[in-house]
Design a protein around this ligand. Structure first.
Ligand code: AMP
Length: 224
């Protein structure tokens, strides 16, 4: 079976994390989220975490050189050799070029970039209601997916909080950053014939089914 190297794209709040979690189980691939990796660094107080935090709190992008080095190291680990799912990376053309360079040196390539499309007003609605648990980052939504007990994680009983970057001003900035810096990547991967679009306003199950169908088609094309 050819390796499956996937990129999940889309605005913040498109459901990339939710889908990646399912795909990780479906295809037994490591899920590499640069946002999660950075948040772990911030929590652990590493040098990288200290540098990244000020950008993250404003909804700005962390400088490319920090991110590219972090991802390059992660993709070199044994569990990523048969494929991976990237979430939140690349986010700039420079990052995409650095990724292509690293992969081509290893005679590997991206299989597809899956774009989960969601309009801005829906993003704002989703993110402003999102709550995460302090212990493991389990996600809830005050309106669409509330916990059984207000403010308490169903899975591990820890406290639910709002991420600093899910506050309304920061959400608006994240969206602006997405449109200005990340959206140009849609053309980048379109030109390479790798971009696949998914309607992200549908239910998580429908989005999941659609992505699986896209992957099945890719595999058929690869087998021909
Ligand atoms: P996320 O959870 O993917 O929305 O990421 C949260 C924050 O981490 C972003 O708003 C950025 O500040 C930072 N970040 C995550 N991935 C990247 C990336 N590929 N390039 C630059 N900054 C990033």
């Amino acid at each position: 079976m050819p390796e499956l190297n996937l990129i999940l794209f889309g605005p913040p709040g498109a459901g990339k994390g939710t889908q990646a979690d399912r795909l990780r189980i479906d295809f037994r691939l490591p899920f590499i989220s640069t946002g999660d990796m950075l948040r772990a660094n911030v929590k652990d107080g590493t040098e990288l975490g200290k540098k990244a935090k000020e950008y993250m709190d404003q909804g700005e992008l962390v400088p490319d050189e920090l991110i590219v080095a972090m991802v390059a190291e992660r993709l070199g680990e044994p569990d990523a050799q048969d494929g991976f799912i990237l979430d939140g990376f690349p986010r700039t053309i420079d990052q995409a070029e650095a990724l292509d360079k690293q992969l081509s040196e290893l005679k590997r390539h991206i299989t597809a970039a899956v774009l989960i499309e969601v309009p801005d007003d829906e993003v704002i609605r989703r993110l402003s209601g999102r709550r995460v648990c302090v212990k493991a980052g389990h996600n809830y939504h005050v309106e669409f997916d509330p916990p059984k007990r207000d403010g308490v994680c169903d899975q591990d009983g820890s406290r639910l909080i709002q991420r600093d970057d899910d506050k309304p001003d920061v959400i608006r900035n994240r969206l602006e950053v997405y449109h200005n810096q990340t959206e140009p990547l849609v053309d980048y991967y379109d030109q390479k014939g790798l971009m696949r679009r998914i309607d992200g306003t549908r239910s998580p199950d429908e989005v999941h089914d659609h992505i699986r169908a896209v992957i099945a088609t890719l595999r058929l094309e690869d087998d021909v």
